[in-house]
Design a protein around this ligand. Structure first.
Ligand code: ADE
Length: 225
């Protein structure tokens, strides 16, 4: 897989992808991730890429010219062009799974008030939000999307970090609580059932706790269950 990230801050997008599991996946050649600075496509002598919003209002808007030139230069035939924006569709694990089988992602990062909408209409395939809050820039959101996608590439996770049995494998159920040694920590014991060796009982316990946790932390998911 190939991922290109177009942003004013390539270092911010790449920093979280340069260590641990994701760096190993990159090193093993499972994914080729590259950052690109939007200013490199500015024709302005000061490398400017933004201007004030038409109709007034605060902040700045990324101009269409540099974005158009950059996207056209980086896009190939099989490219999925994604814009990171709080106005996008909320990212879910099911969509992450689909994106992990794409050949090429071009991730465009918004900044300030957003990007000129003519680019959204003509060159962006989908707008993605990582949650209902606003970050200073889309490079952070792009790193999160990349992390979620890359860890699902075959070979990225060892068996011990399997992606199969985890929260959102079933989109309506969070994972059950987990424990490890010591069995007694400050007087709080690991639940007996987990030490019983009875796999059917353990499975039933985990299901019950997963449902309890989902009801408590994500009543919106419980509603659909
Ligand atoms: N840029 C700023 N906030 C964002 C968010 N929540 N999701 C995606 N991109 C963003």
């Amino acid at each position: 897989m190939r991922i290109d990230i177009l942003t004013l801050f390539p270092e911010i997008a790449l920093a979280p992808l340069s260590d641990s599991i994701i760096q190993r996946a990159r090193g093993a050649g499972l994914v080729d991730v590259r950052g690109h600075n939007l200013r490199d496509w500015s024709e302005d002598k000061h490398h400017r890429v933004d201007d004030s919003p038409c109709g007034g209002g605060p902040g700045m808007v990324l101009q269409p010219g540099p974005l158009h030139a950059a996207i056209m230069a980086l896009k190939k035939e099989n490219t999925r062009v994604i814009l990171m924006t709080p106005q996008g569709a909320p990212l879910k694990q099911a969509r992450v799974r689909e994106l992990s089988s794409e050949g090429h992602l071009l991730i465009v990062c918004g900044h300030y008030e957003g990007i000129d909408h003519r680019i959204v209409e003509t060159l962006i395939d989908e707008e993605v939000s990582i949650g209902d809050y606003v970050l200073t820039n889309g490079a952070i959101a792009a790193a999160i999307l990349c992390d979620a996608v890359i860890r699902l590439l075959p070979g990225a996770l060892g068996d011990s970090q399997s992606a199969v049995e985890e929260s959102f494998s079933d989109p309506d159920l969070l994972e059950a609580p987990c424990y490890t040694r010591p069995i007694d920590f400050m007087g709080i014991k690991v639940p007996d059932v987990l030490l019983s060796g009875n796999h059917a009982k353990i499975k039933a316990w985990r299901r019950e706790k997963a449902e309890e946790r989902t009801r408590k932390n994500r009543p919106d998911l419980s509603d659909h269950a």
